[in-house]
Design a protein around this ligand. Structure first.
Ligand SMILES: [Zn+2]
Length: 280
C-alpha cells in the first residue's frame, strides 16, 4: 500500500537559505553536502523509505554523482529552480530561464530521469507570483508544492486548502481546470489556529509531542507532507555572523537535535514519494 505521508527534502547548499545567501563566498566554501547527504541516504535506505528531493540545479552541476546516487536509490527528483532565487525576484521569462537551466543540468548528468514536481525557493508562491504555475505547466510539470499555509514575515498563503488541490490563480480557491496540482505544506488546524507542524524551522522549535499530534490529526483528514533541508541535520554547519533574529531562525536546534527529531518522525509515520501519493 502506498503511504499517505510524503517526505520531501529541499536539496540545496546551506548558503542557498534565504537568510544566508548574501553572506558567503560560494567559490571557496565547502557546501558540506558530501558530509551530510551520504548518512541521510543510508538512514532512508535502512528504513526502506523513498522520498522526494527537490534539487537546486547548481547542486546537480556541483555534485553530479551525489544526485545520480539519489535517483539510483529510487528517490523522486523534483526541481527547486537552478539558482534558488525566489519567485518574487523573477518574472515569467527569467523563471523560464531557471527551469531551462535546471533541465539542462538534468540532461547533462541524469538524462532520461523524469521530473514532474516543483517547489519554489522560500515558499515564494503566492497570489502575486502565481504567474509561475502556467510556466511550470508549459515545461511539463504535473504538480507544485510551494504554498505555505500560514503567513510568516517572508511568505505564506493563509486560507489555502489543507491537502492537494487544483488551484485557482488566488491559490485559495479550487479550479478543476487548473493544469497542475498544488500540494501545500501540512498544518495542524485546531480551532482558530493553523500550526505549520510540517518542517523546517517549525519542526526544529515546536515541542515534538505537538508536532506528532498535529501530523496525526492532519493525516486523518488526508495526505500530509513533511519537509526539511539537509543542512538542518549538519552539526558542523559554519556559524555565520548574522543578525541575532536570523541566527535564531537559522541555527536553533540544527544538528543532532534535528537528527533526533527526524528519527522520531520516521518512527511514527510511514513515508513515501510525493509523485506516488498523488498517483501521477
Ligand atoms: Zn530552498
Amino acid at each position: 500500500m502506498i503511504p499517505r505521508a510524503a517526505l520531501s527534502i529541499d536539496l540545496e547548499s546551506y548558503w542557498h537559505a534565504e537568510l544566508l545567501r548574501d553572506h558567503i563566498d560560494r567559490s571557496r566554501a565547502d557546501d558540506r553536502l558530501l558530509h551530510v547527504l551520504p548518512p541521510l541516504l543510508d538512514l532512508l535506505a535502512a528504513r526502506d523509505i523513498q522520498a522526494t528531493f527537490f534539487v537546486v540545479g547548481e547542486v546537480i552541476d556541483r555534485h553530479p554523482a551525489l544526485v545520480q546516487e539519489i535517483a539510483a536509490r529510487g528517490h523522486e527528483i523534483g526541481c527547486h529552480t537552478y539558482s534558488h532565487r525566489p519567485l518574487w525576484e523573477l518574472d515569467a521569462d527569467s523563471f523560464a530561464a531557471e527551469l531551462q537551466g535546471f533541465a539542462a543540468a538534468m540532461n547533462r548528468h541524469l538524462p532520461g530521469v523524469q521530473v514532474v514536481g516543483f517547489r519554489a525557493p522560500t515558499f515564494s508562491l503566492n497570489p502575486a507570483t502565481a504567474w509561475a504555475l502556467p510556466v511550470l505547466a508549459r515545461f511539463g510539470y504535473r504538480y507544485d508544492s510551494s504554498v505555505f499555509p500560514v503567513r510568516t514575515p517572508l511568505y505564506g498563503v493563509p486560507g489555502c486548502p489543507a491537502g492537494p488541490y487544483r488551484p485557482a490563480a488566488n491559490l485559495v480557491d479550487m479550479d478543476a481546470a487548473a493544469p497542475l496540482w498544488e500540494w501545500p505544506m501540512t498544518a495542524w488546524r485546531v480551532g482558530p489556529l493553523t500550526l505549520p507542524v510540517c518542517g523546517g524551522f517549525y519542526l526544529r522549535v515546536l515541542p515534538l509531542p505537538i508536532i506528532l499530534r498535529g501530523l496525526r490529526a492532519a493525516l486523518r483528514q488526508g495526505p500530509i507532507v513533511v519537509y526539511f533541508h539537509p543542512w538542518e541535520l549538519d552539526a558542523g554547519i559554519p556559524r555565520l555572523p548574522l543578525r541575532w533574529q536570523d541566527r535564531l531562525i537559522t541555527y536553533t536546534n540544527v544538528g543532532q537535535s534535528m537528527q533526533r527529531r527526524l528519527h522520531t518522525l520516521l518512527d511514527h509515520f510511514r513515508f513515501g514519494r510525493m509523485v506516488d501519493i498523488l498517483a501521477l
